[in-house]
Write a protein that binds this ligand. Structure first.
Ligand code: ADP
Ligand code: MG
Length: 568
């Protein structure tokens, strides 16, 4: 590896310091990898904040799009690694005022979970936050992969449209609808001639023979949909345009914009040849190409290759794309004097005083229930490890036991007199201590349940409602529905059974017991479900015969809670 860096471990931090030195309109949080608009103090109260980000290695995404008329802040994870929810939350807190914030998230599991959880945490702190997921990849369309389309370079067009709408004073709901409709009118496909080299790894993610390319690549060095023989630039551009036009069902006389994206190491000469033919290929189909943007927008380190994105436009969308922006990586950015660089390194705005940890009165039922749930998760560790190993990566038992231990050691500090606040506190402890998919999913489940209970009389009816809301939050964040072999397959039946008894007015001492039985039956039923979410989805049929580890975990701690309450 031959790279112009200081040390592989510091590339992201060094880059962010470099960016504020070269882009005067941008500032940096001192303790988080968050770039934001230097003029934020004057605009925070006036416009909806637009936030995006993701793993690094895609420069100029996302820092290059921070500026007036585009992003308010960009959160940078380590190379090809989603940023932690705390960093995303710091970005939200830094730039969000009364008009609220929109998070624009590329469709990768890590980004969806971490940004989604940060949004939930921000909402629980009283901020008005929405998210829009971009999944513009059409390479996998029609194939049987459940992870779904990825977010690729077309996302930049969504940033531009949302950013211009926000700068024009649109309400959060109007910004969301402009962004969401653009995201659904967007299609991207790419090819790569060589993979990039992650600095900490030191060699390319994969090697391609001289005469082959990867079609339908991801932007993290993951292989594409298939390998094929290298052809001339014109033939390849023609082929990609044909795919885009047919998947997006573009007809003659439709208006669109084209984004030609350099994956990193393609020369400007090659990009002009390839992009030029893409324009001609569209025009030969009588499509009206209103604008072409060409350059490195979302790269994959030093991968050679390119992607093409098309977005349908009307006068309104085009006007938003044409509005000037000061974001340095958008073509024709407006200049700003450099000024004092160090004055633009800013300390994070603190969160409001942490949860009130004073325990005003004892609440033995809640304390016993939490204690029992933790003990059950800790003793189930070997069993959950074994189940997760069969269809996942085997870390679930360890992750949940770590979370349970963190909760046990914080138990004496929880505001147990207030069940809603206690659930939020547990959520934050889980979020900090549990990794994998379950960390963010449990955190969002508990935060939403806490929010649901907030201000209500704590009775079976409000708990039943909280269980339903918690299910909805998990489904929203993880994108799963029941029957897809996840924790929802036990949490869902639990909430449904519980609510049914409440609604029919038949709730009694046995209600919780029968709801937990529904959770156990639900968990058991996952042994015949083919996985469609998370890591297990790559295994397909091979996961059959054993129940889903996450679903079993839910039924285990629910049972422990039920027993603790029954004995109280
Ligand atoms: P990872 O797959 O990151 O290792 P964990 O081992 O922490 O995740 O958790 C795995 C469990 O999480 C699965 O057994 C499943 O129940 C649950 N899970 C995974 N993805 C989702 C999702 N999208 N929605 C709901 N639950 C999910
Ligand atoms: Mg796992």
């Amino acid at each position: 590896m031959k790279k112009l860096i200081n040390a592989p471990a510091h590339v992201v931090r060094d880059m962010l310091h470099g960016l504020i030195a070269t882009n005067p309109g941008q500032s940096l949080l001192s303790r988080e990898q968050v770039l934001f608009r230097s003029d934020i103090e004057t605009v925070r109260g006036r416009q909806v904040a637009i936030i995006s980000g993701g793993g690094s290695g895609h420069e100029p995404a996302h820092g290059g799009y921070v500026g007036h008329g585009m992003l308010s802040a960009a959160v940078a994870g380590e190379v090809f690694t989603s940023p932690a929810p705390d960093s995303v939350l710091a970005a939200i807190r830094q730039v969000t005022g009364p008009p609220g914030a929109l998070l624009i998230v590329k469709n990768y599991t890590g980004d969806r979970l971490n940004f989604g959880l940060a949004a939930e945490m921000a909402r629980s702190q009283g901020l008005y936050v929405e998210t829009v997921i971009v999944a513009d990849d059409v390479a996998l369309s029609g194939s049987d992969t459940y992870a779904g389309a990825r977010g690729l370079a077309g996302t930049i067009l969504v940033h531009k449209i949302a950013g211009a709408a926000a700068a024009a004073g649109y309400s959060l709901q109007d910004v969301v609808s402009a962004a969401r409709s653009s995201a659904s009118d967007l299609a991207t496909i790419g090819l790569s001639l060589s993979a990039g080299t992650v600095p900490a790894i030191g060699k390319p993610s994969y090697l391609l023979p001289e005469d082959e390319l990867e079609l339908g690549l991801g932007i993290h060095g993951e292989p594409g949909v298939r390998r094929m023989k290298l052809h001339s630039a014109d033939v390849l551009a023609e082929q990609l345009i044909e795919t885009l036009v047919s998947v997006a069902q573009i007809r003659a006389q439709e208006r669109l914009v084209l984004l030609v994206n350099n994956l990193g190491a393609t020369t400007a000469m090659e990009l002009a040849i390839f992009g030029g033919h893409a324009v001609r290929a569209l025009q030969s189909r009588s499509v009206i190409v209103e604008r072409v943007y060409s350059g490195g927008f979302v790269t994959s380190l030093d991968a050679a290759g390119a992607s093409l994105s098309i977005l349908r436009v009307d006068d309104h969308r085009l006007a938003l794309l044409d509005t000037p922006t000061s974001a340095p990586a958008w073509p024709n950015a407006t200049p700003t004097p450099v000024g004092a660089i160090d004055q633009r390194i800013i300390v994070s705005r603190e969160a409001p005083a942490d949860l009130k940890h004073a325990r005003l009165e004892e609440n033995p039922a809640l304390r016993n229930a939490i204690q029992a749930a933790c003990e059950a998760l800790i003793s189930a560790e070997p069993h959950l490890t074994e189940l997760d190993r069969a269809s996942g990566d085997g870390d679930l038992g360890l992750n949940l036991a770590r979370g349970a231990k963190a909760v046990q050691s914080a138990l004496s500090r929880y505001p147990l007199h207030d069940a809603a606040e206690t659930l939020s506190a547990i959520a934050l402890d889980f979020q900090r201590s549990v990794g994998g998919s379950s960390g963010p999913l449990y955190a969002v489940m508990l935060l939403r349940a806490g929010k649901s209970l907030h201000g209500l009389a704590i009775d079976p009816k409000s708990w039943a409602r909280a269980a339903l809301d918690a299910c909805a939050a998990v489904a929203e964040l993880g994108g799963a529905s029941t029957g897809e072999r996840t924790m929802l397959d036990s949490l869902g039946p639990f909430a449904a059974e519980f609510n049914q008894a409440i609604q029919q007015g038949t709730a009694n001492a046995a209600t919780l017991e029968s709801a937990v039985r529904a959770a156990e039956a639900g968990a058991e039923s996952t042994s015949t479900m083919r996985p469609k979410r998370g890591r297990a989805s790559y295994l397909g049929e091979r996961a059959l015969g054993q129940p889903d580890a996450g679903a079993v975990a839910i039924s285990i701690w629910l049972r422990a809670v039920q027993r603790a309450i029954a004995n109280c």
